[in-house]
Design a protein around this ligand. Structure first.
Ligand code: HEM
Ligand code: HEM
Length: 181
């Protein structure tokens, strides 16, 4: 029934989101670049990336890679539905949303791996490029996060629901065209 709420995001996805978003904001804006907090928070986020990778194979439907992997056909259908102004709603990521999500995860992974390379790999001591990769990946992530937040707010107005809140509570309002689950 429209108007009711439905359970969408499971606790692992929600804790994952809170963790990587918190680490990103902390490491980008707040702590001293390269201090102990920065490094340990970075590794904490890397641990979560691994958990999320595995969860995408064993978790519930809305967490599964196969449920939302942005194939060419899914992306084309999504773009067509937007151009024809008949938005479709899914119980999970839209194809374009999933594409941005995957790019964000890759940027975060690159940031973490380059940070590790710069700190721990003796052979790279004094080399310039790990820092450049680290900065570029972190800046690219900042741009994508800005788009991500803008899209979440825009879509919240479209469907008249608080989607950022749904990432915290796991529930969102049921829409008339939602499939039953
Ligand atoms: C994954 C989340 C991370 C984010 C978003 C992040 C972001 C950043 C940013 C924005 C800077 C400033 C770059 C500049 O000077 O312009 C920085 C510097 C630095 N980061 Fe990270 N970082 C992350 C993880 C890590 C990890 C895992 C390590 C090490 C194991 C690390 C080590 C460093 C070091 C040593 C610097 C200082 C480099 C220098 O100025 O010489 N970071 N990081
Ligand atoms: C206050 C800022 C943020 C808000 C309001 C927000 C909001 C959201 C919302 C509403 C979703 C669900 C998207 C959907 O319906 O398909 C989502 C998912 C996601 N967000 Fe954010 N987000 C924020 C910050 C971030 C940051 C900083 C990052 C990355 C560093 C991030 C990475 C992700 C990822 C990877 C997902 C997919 C979650 C999964 O399926 O595991 N978000 N976010």
């Amino acid at each position: 029934m429209p108007g009711q709420s439905l359970r969408l995001w499971d606790p692992v996805v929600r804790l994952f989101h809170l963790s990587i978003a918190g680490v990103f904001v902390g490491n980008y804006f707040f702590n001293e670049a390269g201090d102990d907090w920065h490094v340990w928070l970075g590794y904490y986020a890397m641990g979560w990336l691994l958990v999320r990778l595995v969860w995408g194979f064993i978790g519930p439907a809305s967490a599964r890679w196969s449920d939302f992997w942005p194939t060419r056909a899914r992306l084309a259908a999504h773009v067509r539905s937007l151009l024809e102004r008949r938005p479709e709603h899914r119980l999970g990521h839209s194809p374009i949303g999933a594409l941005v999500m995957i790019l964000m995860l890759l940027a975060m992974l690159t940031t973490g791996l380059s940070g590790w390379a710069m700190e721990e790999v003796d052979a790279l001591w004094g080399a310039d490029w790990p820092l450049q990769v680290h900065e570029t990946a972190a800046d690219a992530l900042l741009v994508m996060v800005a788009i991500h937040i803008a899209a979440a707010l825009f879509e919240s107005f479209q469907v008249r629901d608080n989607l950022p809140l749904s990432m915290l509570t796991g529930r969102r309002r049921r829409l008339p065209d939602d499939p039953q689950r």
